[in-house]
Ligand binder design. Structure first.
Ligand SMILES: NC(=O)c1ccc[n+]([C@@H]2O[C@H](COP(=O)([O-])OP(=O)(O)OC[C@H]3O[C@@H](n4cnc5c(N)ncnc54)[C@H](OP(=O)(O)O)[C@@H]3O)[C@@H](O)[C@H]2O)c1
Length: 352
């Protein structure tokens, strides 16, 4: 096997030029308990771009350059969502895993247990999958050999569907719940629509009109156009008895007007703020009605195993909006940031 590989390497915080596609990156050496994955597909996420920009800030210094957990060690191979084949195994790993098709859990947890919290991410705290090869711990490479989904579809799952699964589990969404999903055409939102609908929830998807049909196809019972001038009335018509839950990845101005539509004691679960991270709202609307505000970041090991079960059973159908080679990663990120797509943008590192 060659000693070098092609990889997209983040060299510093900065603009697109800080992300460099190089063909002289060393193929990682395997440590005990690791497997080497030949990457076939890896999807694009907001976190790749925000990490590159250092756009996460620090406590007390909102404009400080930082990754989501603070410092990032450069050079860093980005890419959290990895699908591929095991092509080598380290000491202590079962040789029979060679050749297995795997989906990698990108979360680095604070302890080993079913309900551990994610405190790091492949592609940020450790090297990720925008590369021909990546070395990962054996336990995070889940067998998806029997899944009817192709590699590109599987690559859509870890961050978007993992985050969506984490939100639905933490908010305990069940059959019969009426739930609003914001950002419903995006990676996480689309996954929320599908997974909530699979659970038997009545899903109201908030999106723009051009994307409404595809969001409805994914399982939304009602589409509300977020650019509608009278959104509050539209939403009240869509949910005349009020809402059991909101699964929010947008934040911003909708937070203040949507919160009162939640029924007594009900749940607002939030995992993103693409519409604005700083909001003002009347705290009395929260506590006087025993409403629950639930912060949700990624997934737990248990949530991820549930997602693997869904993938292997073929119950989820991720939407691949467009694919790009590793050499075209900058173009892929431009298309992603244009946000005219529905679903996920996927990089194919085996086709450099
Ligand atoms: N906490 C976590 O673990 C975690 C994990 C993954 C992502 N996230 C966060 O979740 C958010 C969504 O991620 P994503 O990957 O789904 O993003 P995405 O694919 O870019 O989708 C975001 C969607 O939000 C809608 N949108 C964009 N700007 C908006 C605005 N100003 N107001 C309302 N809606 C807007 C767009 O759909 P329409 O134009 O159709 O409305 C877009 O499709 C981001 O903030 C991301 O950082 C968090």
């Amino acid at each position: 096997m060659d000693k070098n590989m092609t990889a997209a390497v983040l060299t510093s915080f900065g603009g697109p030029e800080a992300l460099q596609v190089r063909d002289d990156v060393s193929i990682p050496n395997l440590q005990k308990g690791q497997v080497l994955v030949q990457v076939t597909a890896a999807s694009v996420n907001n976190t790749d771009i925000w990490t590159r920009e250092g756009a996460y800030g620090q406590p007390g210094q909102p404009n400080a350059k930082a990754g989501w957990r603070g410092q990032v060690d450069f050079p860093r191979v980005q890419g959290a969502d990895i699908v591929g084949r095991i092509c080598a195994v380290g000491d202590g790993v079962d040789q029979r895993r060679l050749g297995e098709r795997v989906l990698v859990d990108p979360a680095i947890y604070d302890y080993s247990g079913d309900n551990a919290h994610p405190v790091g991410l492949l592609g940020s705290e450790l090297d990720g999958g925008f590369a021909q090869y990546v070395a990962v711990e054996d336990v995070r490479a889940h067998n998806v050999t029997t899944s009817p989904l192709n590699d590109e579809q599987l690559a859509c799952l870890p961050t978007a569907y993992g985050t969506a699964m984490g939100m639905l589990e933490r908010a305990e969404i069940v059959k019969g719940d009426t739930i609003v999903v914001t950002g419903a055409s995006g990676g996480v939102g689309f996954a929320l629509v599908q997974l909530a609908s699979i659970r038997g929830a009545r899903v109201i998807g908030m999106t723009t009109s051009a994307k409404g049909d595809l969001v409805a196809e994914a399982g939304a019972d009602v589409i509300v156009n977020r650019k509608e001038s009278n959104l509050l009335t539209e939403m009240s018509i869509a949910a005349p008895s009020g809402l059991d839950a909101v699964a929010d990845v947008v934040g911003g101005e909708s937070f203040e007007w949507l919160l009162p539509l939640l029924k007594e004691g009900e749940r607002w679960v939030i995992a993103g703020a693409v519409g604005g991270p700083v909001v003002t709202f009347d705290l009395r609307r929260l506590y006087l009605h025993n409403k629950q505000l639930i912060g949700s970041s990624m997934h737990t090991p248990l949530h991820f195993r549930k997602l693997i079960d869904e993938a292997n059973a073929g119950r989820v159908l991720p939407r691949v909006a467009e694919t790009f080679t590793l050499n075209d990663i900058h173009k892929a990120q431009q298309v992603f940031q244009g946000r005219r797509h529905v679903g996920k943008i996927v990089i194919l590192p085996s086709e450099v």
